[in-house]
Write a protein of this length. Structure first.
Length: 264
């Protein structure tokens, strides 16, 4: 008896993305929340409160380094153990190095998209990676989708921004984050074999002013929707691409809600 999955997926070659081990738990990328915020004058406080762009940048570089030795550097070696695993204490030291040398997270301003691109370019030039990053302005629905697909097909994670409400910065509208679960639809006269389907439940609401990293695209043919698999705060979530684009068009704006394109 066959099982059919009615979806098409495009994803990175490493399904574990950047597996950071903390307290015996393996996380799906790093989290800015691991940095203490007791001292407001400390860089760790700034990372905790404004460091999502730095985390996304650091994780991108680590993913590439785990994928190929050509992307390894003295920075990534801080985080990577000899078996390619990542302990969170080494990870935290690595993120601080990336922040100090490249992203330079600022209080309130955080890290702008253009700064993420220039930080990657500085790193790429230093170690001769041969790649260049661009912060893309005013992307349409289809242009953004095509860039995400292209980068994933080249096994490159995609940093995207869910920007602030623009120009009404004081508002707090945003998009939901979902988690995915699996259900099996029983046999019927029309459907001779059971069908395995993915469903999504919203676990967070009104997320904005935040960078996440896209690690996969799921085209759900039954529900006629596109879901983006993302890493955020060390957890695997999903966002609905239609909802994200509606947020850009109605609340966020294409200048601050966009992505970092990386190519040779």
């Amino acid at each position: 008896m066959s099982i059919q999955i009615n979806s098409v997926e495009i994803e990175l070659s490493r399904p574990d993305y950047v597996p950071v081990i903390k307290d015996t738990v393996t996380f799906y990328g790093g989290s800015q929340m691991w940095f203490p915020e007791k001292n407001k004058n400390n860089k760790d406080y700034i990372l905790h409160n404004y460091g999502c762009g730095t985390i996304a940048t650091a994780d991108l570089l680590l993913y590439l380094a785990r994928r190929s030795d050509d992307f390894r550097s003295p920075e990534t070696q801080i985080a990577l153990n000899t078996d390619n695993s990542i302990d969170h204490r080494n990870y935290d030291a690595y993120v601080r190095r990336i922040n100090d040398k490249y992203t330079k997270t600022r209080r309130y301003i955080a890290v702008l998209g253009t700064k993420i691109a220039s930080a990657f370019n500085s790193y790429s030039k230093t170690y001769g990676l041969g790649y260049h990053a661009y912060w893309k302005w005013t992307l349409s629905y289809y242009d953004m989708y095509e860039i995400i697909v292209e980068m994933l097909n080249y096994d490159i994670p995609v940093i995207i921004s869910i920007g602030p409400n623009t120009p009404k910065f004081w508002e707090n509208k945003g998009i939901p984050f979902y988690q995915r679960y699996e259900v099996t639809i029983p046999d019927s006269e029309e459907q001779k074999s059971p069908t395995k389907q993915y469903r999504y439940r919203a676990v967070m609401q009104d997320i904005n002013s935040h960078y996440v990293t896209v690690t996969g695209i799921i085209k759900d043919n039954l529900a006629h929707k596109i879901m983006l698999r993302i890493s955020s705060w060390g957890v695997e979530y999903y966002i609905n691409y239609e909802e994200y684009r509606n947020y850009i068009e109605n609340c966020g704006g294409t200048f601050t809600s966009s992505l970092v394109q990386i190519k040779r």
